[in-house]
Ligand binder design. Structure first.
Ligand code: ASN
Ligand code: ZN
Length: 320
């Protein structure tokens, strides 16, 4: 029935109109994502309750609180990356409101996605000085994208893949916001969020996992860059923030092989792979295989793009 009505519409158009650029088919209208950027930033007032007090809604001017305004501005940069480069309308792909809470709890040393919103502590001023940094905000929002793309169970290797997707897209958001190419990025997650008591440059490094900090309080950055150094542990949900260094580094290496911008072929492959994965319990090898299938589907079975991806995975000890 749809087919027939489209055809009769076409027949009523003047000759040649079918091919005119101005003619948008009903199918194209259905496929084109609609932009629904809708932000809400709350002040947690250093209490545990979420979301707290609404201080800035979509379209409102600056609040005067730098943390509120950083969260508001950064949420647009994350939204813009997913919309412009991946055709995704918000975290759920359906225009979901981006809800954020700053000043969550007192001296709270973390930021998180709770399944419905983002929350950021102020840090204790010693170990962490802030969590309002674009790669961190991109990381937390990307946990939401993972959740609404079928999910990855937050434990062991599937959890480390969830963490890694969040880091990869946190890094991509940062690069996209400044137009930075892969060879000009520092590949740091949470640069300058560490407090004055800590000896380090960031929370994690995708370029050199294990080197982000070395400190008497936090110890040595525990991230491995190769399967030979995979950490078997029961803490941190089975090392989800530790072993994520391995797929993080594979993405970094692939970007170095490819050159250009991370949101182009490498980001497209990673995003497409997440949409196709359909396995919340995927382990590293499953994910690497899925990225290979995505690379071949998007860029060709015998493509250099796919060959270089296989080489990047091999360099971190994963053979696909
Ligand atoms: N900041 C952490 C993260 O997003 C919070 C957590 O452990 N889930 O990974
Ligand atoms: Zn995370």
């Amino acid at each position: 029935r749809e087919e027939r009505s489209q055809q009769s519409n076409l027949r009523m158009l003047p000759a040649g109109a079918e091919t005119a650029a101005a003619f948008v088919t009903p199918a194209a209208i259905a496929a084109a994502p609609v932009r629904n950027l809708d932000r809400a930033v709350h002040d947690g007032k250093q209490k545990a309750a979420l979301p707290g007090t609404l201080v800035r809604s979509e379209g409102d001017g600056p609040s005067g609180d730098d943390d509120v305004d950083m969260a508001y501005d950064s949420a647009k940069q994350v939204y813009d990356l997913y919309f412009a480069e991946f055709g995704r309308d918000s975290i759920d792909g359906m225009g979901m409101k981006l809800i954020q809470t700053v000043h969550h709890r007192r001296k709270f040393n973390n930021a998180f996605w709770d399944g419905t919103q983002m929350a950021y502590g102020d840090g204790d001023g010693k170990i962490f000085s802030t969590f309002l940094e674009l790669s961190v905000i991109g990381h937390e929002m990307s946990h939401g994208v993972v959740q609404f793309s079928g999910g990855l169970v937050y434990e062991g290797q599937s959890g480390a893949l969830n963490e890694s997707f969040a880091d990869v897209f946190g890094a991509i958001v940062k690069q996209h916001a400044t137009g930075e190419s892969v060879d000009h990025s520092d590949w740091l997650i949470g640069k300058a969020i560490l407090g004055p008591d800590i000896n380090g440059s960031a929370l994690r490094s995708m370029k050199a996992p294990g080197t982000a900090y070395s400190d008497a309080v936090l110890g040595q950055d525990p991230q491995p860059y190769h399967m030979d150094f995979y950490v078997n542990t029961t803490s941190d949900n089975g090392g989800v923030h530790i072993n994520s260094g391995i797929p993080n580094h594979a993405f970094y290496l692939y970007c170095q092989y490819m050159g250009g911008n991370a949101w182009e072929k490498p980001g497209q492959i990673w995003y497409h792979a997440l949409q196709r994965l359909n396995n919340p319990n995927a382990v590293f090898h499953d994910w690497a295989t899925q990225t290979m299938e995505s690379a071949m589907e998007l860029y060709g079975i015998g493509s250099m793009d796919a060959k270089l991806l296989r080489r990047a995975w091999k360099l971190v000890g994963i053979e696909v």
